[in-house]
Design a protein around this ligand. Structure first.
Ligand code: FES
Length: 235
């Protein structure tokens, strides 16, 4: 467990961009996640990193439950506990002879943005899709796609990209977003970073199972990234 201090926090109604500083440097590879715990909670929750530089780590967080609602009230100087990193880095599973279209749905964009910073040579195109423009108040990056401004969703936009048959997709978002990507781009190699309700984060509680060609795996320990041709999303 590593103690961390809040360095900065930006909020909108539904999102938080949280910057923390760890007491010692830890290396978090794109695709890995950490468990963050507020002191008033008994358990932590998993969060993907959007940026890391040394001891400074940023998270893009959707405000969806009790803990993330409480996180909105964090102030600079407050402390948080961090466990991890956990999960297998994207780079260990991806085929390195391909370039990837990064397709993010909502805060699922965070680990893809982290990946694009660290491995730009593996990136063909990037689309980070959000439904409403609110996100622009705290996240000012290229490749943001806002559904209601553009009148199409990120998958429709991806159809118009100039991509070759050898390119792959790296997708992260809701299960439905991943399923639609699989349906639309079935001729391509697709890797997806799957989300799950997590307890332990280390493969012990068996709370995040997924059926694969190789038997039941745990998303936290064996993923979160999987080759979609090897998992059963309907299970
Ligand atoms: S969260 Fe416990 S096994 Fe995955």
């Amino acid at each position: 467990m590593v103690n961390t201090i809040v360095q900065d926090i930006k909020t909108t109604e539904n999102y938080i961009l949280l910057t923390i500083k760890t007491e010692k440097e830890i290396n978090i590879e794109p695709g890995q996640f950490v468990m963050l715990k507020l002191k008033q909670f008994d358990f932590g929750k998993p969060f993907s990193v959007i940026y890391q530089e040394g001891k400074i780590i940023k998270f893009l967080i959707a405000v969806v439950g009790k803990m993330t609602k409480e996180m909105k009230n964090l102030k600079i100087g407050d402390s948080l506990e961090l466990r991890g990193p956990y999960g297998i880095p994207f780079i260990e599973k991806l085929h390195k002879n391909k370039k990837y279209v990064l397709l993010g749905g909502d805060c699922g964009s965070a680990p893809l943005i982290h990946f694009s910073e660290k491995y730009p040579e593996l990136v063909r195109e990037q689309i980070y899709g959000f439904v409403i423009p609110e996100i622009k108040k705290i996240l000012n990056i290229k490749h943001l796609h806002i559904d209601i401004e553009e009148g199409i969703n990120p998958l429709q936009k991806a159809e118009n990209l100039n991509i070759s048959n050898d390119d792959g997709f790296l997708v992260c978002g809701s299960l439905n977003f991943i399923k639609y990507t699989q349906k639309k781009f079935m001729d391509y190699k697709i890797f997806a970073s799957l989300e799950a309700r997590m307890g332990c984060g280390i493969g012990m509680c068996k709370g995040c199972p997924i059926k694969t060609n190789d038997g039941i795996k745990m998303i936290c320990k064996d993923g979160p990234i999987f080759d979609l041709s090897e998992v059963d999303l309907e299970w």
